[in-house]
Design a binder for this molecule. Structure first.
Ligand SMILES: O=C[C@H](O)[C@H](O)[C@H](O)COP(=O)(O)O
Length: 234
């Protein structure tokens, strides 16, 4: 990845992504998140594996990350082979001052939540545009296709607008790596992230939503500021 071709936002992602790779120690099992920012972390890990003989094992959160790890030569194991996950490095779409997150722009938030839950520590890498004073959504929600009308009706009764996410270069809805479909829920008003997360996740047919409000205590956020990466934790 050459800096010459990178936009200012991509450079910010690179600064954050590269910094996060410093937290990876020899022998660790790492949860590998999905998206364009964690891609920079993975590129740096490739260099550390080559230059420092770093020995790590990665658990990918998506098919995209699985393929990318294969291309970069990052060893991959299945979740069932991981005795523990020392650290997960992942991106986010919104980050509030309490380090609560919205994730799922790439429809990978179900596996990302599982890794966040299991991991001893969660490192979130992002450019400065992801910081916000409060989470405003939209909230990605993965649902099993059978439940579509039911989940839509409940969400409308809750006062917001659920929009079925359409595919790009595919007719019809996005199909997640888990074979499900995605609603992007636009809440009608301000909300308490934990309350909305709980309410959505309890609707039958919902696999899970992209509000991550319960991991703040073990979360470190790295923002790729122009003057250097800024590390934030509670
Ligand atoms: O489903 C996608 C994930 O939650 C991503 O980690 C998130 O959307 C951030 O992606 P990016 O680093 O490309 O902005």
């Amino acid at each position: 990845m050459s800096n010459i071709e990178l936009s200012p936002q991509e450079k910010a992602k690179q600064r954050a992504g590269f910094k996060a790779a410093e937290y990876v120690k020899d022998g660790m099992t790492i949860g590998l998140g999905t998206g364009s920012t964690v891609a920079f972390t993975m590129a740096r890990l490739k260099e550390r594996i080559r230059d420092e003989s770093l020995t790590i094992r990665g658990v990918p959160t998506s098919i995209q990350t699985l393929i990318r790890a294969g291309e970069l030569g990052i060893p991959i194991i299945g979740l069932e082979q991981a005795e523990k996950i020392n650290l997960t490095i992942d991106g986010a779409d919104q980050i509030d001052p309490q380090l609560r997150l919205i994730k799922g722009r790439g429809a990978a938030h179900v596996r990302e939540r599982i890794l966040a839950d299991i991991s001893d520590r969660l490192i979130i890498v992002a450019d400065p545009t992801k910081l916000c004073t409060e989470l405003t959504g939209p909230v990605p929600i993965e649902i099993i296709p059978f439940a579509l009308s039911h989940v839509q009706n409940v969400l409308i009764k809750m006062g917001g607008n659920p929009v079925l996410r359409d595919g790009v270069k595919k007719d019809g809805p996005v199909i997640s790596d888990n074979g499900n479909i995605i609603l992007d829920y636009h809440p009608a008003q301000k909300y308490n992230p934990m309350d909305l997360e709980t309410a959505i996740n309890m609707i039958p047919g919902v696999v899970c939503c992209g509000i991550f409000a319960e991991f703040s205590e073990k979360t470190t956020v790295i923002i790729g500021e122009e003057e250097g990466p800024r590390v934030i934790s509670l």
